[in-house]
Design a binder for this molecule. Structure first.
Ligand code: SIN
Ligand code: FE2
Length: 213
């Protein structure tokens, strides 16, 4: 009990100018987050999207909020409607928006009101190559990233591909916030190792909150 408690205690680590790692910040809300996630996915199912270059992504994705991030042969962009169903993306649950607002504030970004949450699902073997989040209109707004399920090796680099990325193991409940001078940092996720998470099973989910519009 003592041990389990110690592992789930929230802690904060400033990783650099504009970058904050909030360990276990989301853990207390795990059940609500997963229940809302299930509802979103029943309305807007996960799908493996195609890159403009014609590659099928190994990470399955869906969205909630006013704008959803999509990619296909025509490019990367935000869309108000889910191309798979033609319907608006499911609304952002209050527990999602509150978590993102509070996490951003802990990192020094007050008043964060995301209008988009990209939901990534990683099965063992899935990975995300290094990229910048730059399809949003206003780079003064941070990115808030919430991890659930299996641990992943997160590669967090600098403003160009040249900087050697920091390697962080993100666990269930961990939140990373980056913004300001770090807003356009390159980041990616190494191939997910197999495992079993008590709540989530053989998967990792990542919720990425953005102010897209
Ligand atoms: C992303 O960059 O969209 C996702 C990052 C992650 O899965 O941790
Ligand atoms: Fe990203």
């Amino acid at each position: 009990m003592q041990r389990a408690l110690a592992f789930s205690m929230p802690s904060e680590e400033r990783l650099g100018d504009g970058v904050m790692l909030l360990r276990h910040f989301a853990t207390a809300r795990q059940s609500q987050l997963i229940a809302e996630l299930d509802l979103i996915v029943s309305a807007a199912p996960f799908r493996n999207m195609e890159t403009p270059g014609g590659f099928r992504m190994s990470v399955a994705m869906t969205n909630c909020g006013a704008a959803g991030w999509v990619t296909d042969r025509r490019g990367y962009r935000y869309e108000a409607h889910d191309p798979a169903t033609g319907l608006p993306w499911p609304p952002m649950p209050a527990v999602f928006a509150a978590l993102a607002l509070e996490a951003a504030a802990r990192a020094g970004f007050d008043g964060f009101t995301p209008d988009s949450c990209l939901i990534n699902r990683y099965a063992p073997g899935a990975s995300l190559s290094p990229h910048q989040d730059r399809n949003e209109r206003d780079f003064s707004q941070p990115i808030v990233s919430v991890s659930l399920g299996l641990p992943a090796l997160f590669l967090f680099g600098g403003p160009t591909r040249a900087e050697r990325p920091r390697r962080l193991t993100l666990e269930h409940g961990d939140v990373v916030v980056w913004g300001g001078p770090a807003r356009l940092a390159f980041h990616g996720v190494a191939k997910l190792a197999d495992g079993a998470h008590t709540l989530v099973g053989r998967l990792r989910y990542n919720l990425t909150f953005r102010k897209a519009l």
